[in-house]
Design a protein around this ligand. Structure first.
Ligand code: IMP
Ligand code: MG
Length: 179
């Protein structure tokens, strides 16, 4: 039985299901970005590093990968609401086609701010892909262009998502039980 800090974990999305969906997303992205000049995939650290690693291998196009790291909310289960850039991009994305990748869209606050931050760098095109979408939690007006799975309003870990830095290495996505 999977457990973190004495809290039980319930499997929500298994490894095989994720793999299938990531392949579908990669195929769709490859079709829609086939006319890209220079294609840059931007993963958000740390949560999206697993998803980004799998997704890029399902996109059959020449592409560059970079990572952006913004402040997260540590041990807490609630979003802080404002971002601080801890590590900016090393790749110039001006006039490039960019795919921003994150693990989960929750209130939308973080991605909306990061999206605006990247737009200031004048990419030719900017699209967003998230593995998970907690649609019911949205507080700001922001939707992703590509979504892996819609998920219920529960705290999730695994496949890159953490609870106070633990759980990122689980191969599936799990809900953290209250007791
Ligand atoms: P938002 O600004 O509320 O949309 O928060 C998005 C970020 O919060 C994600 O990139 C995750 O890092 C984190 N987050 C939101 N929900 C969860 C969750 O259920 N488990 C782990 N991290 C989460
Ligand atoms: Mg995150």
């Amino acid at each position: 039985m999977e457990e973190i800090r004495g809290r039980r974990l319930t499997l929500l999305i298994g490894e095989d299901e994720i793999k299938r969906r990531v392949r579908e997303l990669g195929d769709r992205i490859a079709v829609e970005f086939r006319d890209a000049g220079e294609f840059v995939v931007v993963g958000l650290l740390k949560g999206a590093f697993v998803f980004t690693a799998d997704l890029i291998r399902e996109i059959d196009l020449p592409l560059k990968v970079d990572f952006l790291w913004v402040s997260s909310y540590g041990q807490s289960m609630e979003s802080a609401g404002t971002i601080k850039v801890l590590k900016d991009l090393e790749t110039d994305i001006e006039d490039r086609d960019v795919l921003l990748v994150d693990d989960i869209l929750d209130t939308g606050t973080t991605l909306k701010e990061i999206h605006a931050f990247l737009l200031m760098k004048n990419p030719r095109r900017l699209k967003t892909c998230v593995l998970l979408d907690k649609k019911g939690r949205r507080k700001v007006d922001f939707e992703a262009d590509y979504v892996g799975f819609e998920v219920p309003n529960r705290f999730l870990v695994g496949y890159g998502l953490d609870w106070g830095e633990l759980g990122r290495n689980l191969s599936g996505v799990y809900a953290v039980e209250d007791q």
